[in-house]
Design a protein around this ligand. Structure first.
Ligand code: HEC
Length: 244
């Protein structure tokens, strides 16, 4: 082979492999070599991230057979609203039965339902629903303020950056995701307790006042953040919902 031909071959090989890795959207190109019976989430659900950006952690799911053993070579695909992107959008499970994808949420703040699918040997669809939360500008500010001022008491989990004070508190605050608690408190009462501390709404003085530390916009941002992450979801009073 002449040198010229060899170069040409190398170049076309590069093009070919680029074409293969760049276009995983052609799901039909992936042929499953095995089938599972169940889909389980390994990690990456219930994350919060800024709108239009990659979520901090990838989404990892696993395909298992009827006995609960991991299946290698099963086809998994990821779906969301049009504005959500997955990289890759579909893949075959690896040696540990898992598939990893990077998720970027859309440009509108809110809760995003993602659907993960695989099919059984008998072509029955198996689905797994996963929820992620996209924070808009205001909620993102609230999230940062939470990390800075509130999470040390309200989040029972410690992280590498922050040790939780939760276990030391005599009266236990609630994590902001606890809709059961926060959905009962009006915006006015949230503003009051954040500004003036626990006693403002007959709660413990272990909840400090932030009226001198945070301005009105910051307190509003914290409230919109709390409203967005609450589980079950918060329904603003007065909103009419269609029958299920
Ligand atoms: C030093 C610990 C501490 C910090 C920091 C703290 N809180 Fe609290 N918070 C508490 C405690 C304790 C309660 C529970 C009071 C009770 O139930 O009587 C509470 C209660 C609350 C409540 C009422 C709902 C609940 O969990 O019972 C809200 C709303 C609240 N805090 C918001 C905030 C916000 C927003 C921040 C950050 C700006 C913050 N807290 C920072 C300790 C803290």
């Amino acid at each position: 082979m002449t040198r010229r031909w060899r170069t040409l071959l190398a170049v076309s090989l590069i093009f070919l492999s680029a074409a293969c890795t760049r276009k995983p959207g052609t799901a039909s190109a992936l042929k499953p070599t095995a089938f599972g019976a169940a889909l389980v989430e390994s990690s990456g659900g219930k994350q919060t991230g800024a709108i239009g950006t990659l979520l901090p952690q990838p989404l990892v799911v696993q395909v298992n057979d009827e006995q609960g053993a991991a299946v290698t070579g099963a086809l998994v695909d990821f779906n969301g609203q049009a504005s959500v992107t997955f990289d890759p959008p579909s893949a075959l499970t690896d040696a540990s039965g898992q598939v990893t994808t990077n998720v970027a949420l859309g440009s509108v703040a809110g809760r995003y339902q993602l659907t993960v699918r695989t099919s059984t040997r008998a072509q029955k669809l198996v689905e797994l629903n996963i929820e992620e939360i996209a924070l808009g500008y205001q909620e993102q500010l609230g999230f940062q303020l939470d990390n800075k001022y509130c999470a040390s008491c309200h989040d029972p989990e410690s992280t590498p950056e922050r040790v939780s004070n939760y276990d030391n508190l005599e009266v236990k605050p609630h994590p902001f995701t606890e809709g059961g608690t926060f959905n009962q408190i009006s915006d006015d009462d949230l503003t009051a307790i954040i500004s003036h501390g626990g006693p403002a709404i007959n709660k413990s003085a272990l909840m400090p006042p932030y009226g001198y530390t945070l301005n009105k916009t910051e307190i509003e941002s914290l409230i919109s953040y709390i409203r967005l992450v609450s589980d079950p979801p918060y329904h603003a009073p007065g909103t009419v919902y269609t029958r299920k």
